[in-house]
Design a protein. Structure first.
Length: 358
């Protein structure tokens, strides 16, 4: 089944030429055109199918008291995939409703919360220098004293003497950029050598996330995560202390990027279960909603209105809890941080589950 993705990618290969900005830039995020939307949808549904195909054949899912087998969900997804590939003028919702039934997720009789997230672009250094003193670490060695890393909070990994014998740095970052990469779960990094690569979530220490904003109210003019770097310039002590008070710590793995690939739009970071995230087609949801399942979402952002927009559950999040809670992946274009961080709204979330023969 990987052949479909390879063929699809080969049609749209472009040079990987962008450079990560060292300073904040003005937003240049553009709404996807119809061609890009079509590619994104095809890749997203294929990612779901590939993930589900890897599960044991006897896998079963329980959705609001109804048992759904692996084949129950795979068969209609494949049918929808065929329809998408062969018909440019497909009435997608009509086809979906032939194969699936709708289950609205409405916790506590209130519309569910919808937020946005994105992939961070940051600068890094191959060796510690200047403000680039904080390593993005690989997971501790399994045969080390830190095997049970969940027992160690963020403060522990602050000290080089603690991590040097059990882990190794991928790259050195500023403290605020390390925090941002750990919050979002991945980042595109460019070093002083012009090397560009991705750091992906590999594991964590098991602690819940505590936002630095809890300690910075009244200190920073903005508590948006991507704007902490500006507050760091005027309040370095307060911001540093607030970040280190968050006990959660994320370890990364390095992903080298191909010299040629689809545009940044398509080759996203890895979500949960090794699923590749696709802009505006991947979402993170609570673990009670199975990975790979399709969902229809409706909401309005500052840039676009989405009505019964088809997305797929490709990710999880420590703070993404609750039956209808959705975190909407928006991509990694320059300026997308502002759009994602301003997305905080209520909307309509419908889990679509396969119809079963009576």
């Amino acid at each position: 089944m990987k052949r479909f993705l390879i063929c699809l990618f080969s049609l749209y290969l472009v040079p990987f030429l962008w450079t990560l900005p060292a300073k904040p830039t003005k937003p240049n995020h553009k709404i996807l055109d119809k061609k890009s939307e079509s590619i994104a949808l095809q890749v997203a549904i294929q990612e779901s199918i590939q993930y589900l195909q890897k599960l044991p054949m006897d896998t079963k899912f329980l959705i609001q008291g109804e048992t759904i087998t692996l084949n129950d969900i795979l068969f209609p997804l494949r049918e929808i995939q065929k329809q998408i590939q062969g018909n440019k003028h497909l009435d997608l919702l009509k086809e979906i409703r032939k194969q699936f039934k709708e289950v609205e997720l409405k916790p506590n009789s209130e519309p569910p919360l919808i937020t946005g997230y994105y992939e961070v672009r940051i600068q890094g250094r191959t060796k510690p220098s200047g403000n680039y003193l904080y390593p993005a670490l690989v997971p501790p060695k399994q045969n080390s004293k830190a095997t049970h890393s969940k027992f160690y909070t963020r403060e522990y990994w602050k000290e080089e003497s603690h991590w040097k014998t059990v882990s190794q740095p991928i790259v050195y970052l500023t403290l605020t950029d390390l925090h941002l990469a750990q919050l979002e779960g991945s980042a595109l990094v460019q070093t002083e050598t012009k090397e560009i690569f991705r750091i992906n979530y590999a594991s964590d220490n098991g602690f819940d996330y505590l936002s630095p904003a809890v300690h910075l109210t009244g200190v920073c003019p903005s508590l948006k995560p991507y704007e902490l770097k500006f507050c760091m310039e005027t309040n370095p002590k307060e911001v540093s202390e607030a970040i280190w008070k968050n006990p959660r710590y994320i370890f990364f793995e390095k992903e080298n990027l191909p010299k040629k690939q689809l545009s940044d739009l398509m080759i996203g970071p890895l979500g949960s279960g090794g699923i590749r995230l696709v802009p505006e087609r991947s979402v993170a949801m609570d673990k009670q909603i199975p990975l790979g399942f399709p969902v229809l979402i409706s909401f309005k952002s500052i840039q676009k209105t989405y009505n019964d927009h088809l997305v797929f559950v490709h990710d999880r999040g420590n703070a993404i809890q609750g039956e209808g809670r959705v975190d909407f992946y928006l991509g990694n274009e320059t300026g997308i941080d502002k759009i994602a961080n301003h997305l905080l709204t209520k909307g309509k979330v419908i889990l679509i589950v396969p119809k079963k023969e009576k």
